[in-house]
Design a binder for this molecule. Sequence first.
Ligand code: ATP
Length: 307
Amino acid sequence: MNQYIIETKNLTKKYGEQISVDCLNLHVPKGKIYGLLGRNGAGKTTTMKMLLNLVKPTSGDIILFGEDFRKTDSKTYYRIGSIVETPCFYENLTAEENLKILARLRGQHRKDTVEHALSVVDLGSKSDKAFKDYSLGMKQRLGIAAAIMHEPELLILDEPINGLDPIGILEIRNYLRNLCQENRTTILISSHLLSEIEQMADIIGVMQEGRLIEEIDMDRLHMQNRKYMEFEVSDVNAAAHVLERNFKLSDYTVAGRHLLRIFGSPDSRSEINKTFVENGITVSNITVCEEKLEDYFKNMIGGVGVE
Ligand code: ATP
């Protein structure tokens, strides 16, 4: 039986006439990274706020660690680390000073908790700088350090990699993956950076206008994603003609002035290549690819507004 750390049943949030979250049924299994995807305004932040008891649901249920959220007490929230919207810190204090205050407030912590959390996000050496002088990326890192400091069983992270540079993104991604693999930490993460979610998540949920329109395992998605061959040719029209005439192929698209994308088994690529050449078409490159999450996401919700 699946053990869900987060489960919602018909979770709904209305602000007046506005339905921000509409009958949401999320299933976040233990020890997995769940990527919540959706365009701006899809309802991701509102969902996370309801899970964290920061916003009261209009109707529906939340089950956290197997317990109805109405029965959970404040101790449940000690088991969770989160970043929702911009994390707040004391402007004039350093990272270390800020985290020490948080550690004291939260009670239980190891002696090296603050030091460890700062080293994980690589902020240790900059600890003499006041928070107000931090770059956006450094502020994000400190937010992550604060969220992971008490070694929570569940992390809820709303767009945690916003503002990080590519190396920072890579480091945080690897760290989150390790947390999940080594400590079986469960992570719910939202991002509009589809490529990041693709490389990190075990499961994705896609939200649109408050509704969850898809919840799928990445493994299943990879199986479902279509494979294709991409041919770089001198003349796409002539190449398309050859495909239809010689191979009776119609499942292809013109992906650029010299690019032809042919769906189906890549086994036929040498035969296709040979026939192109015999018909006077120069082939300068052939690649075998798989549709990316971005293609899947675009197909599903129209693709506007995603990077
Ligand atoms: P983004 O990626 O832009 O943060 P999101 O998917 O997190 O988007 P939400 O912030 O949850 O989306 O917003 C969902 C909808 O609910 C939006 O239409 C938003 O305007 C609306 N909304 C959110 N909070 C409130 C509020 N306090 N009062 C009224 N409407 C709100």
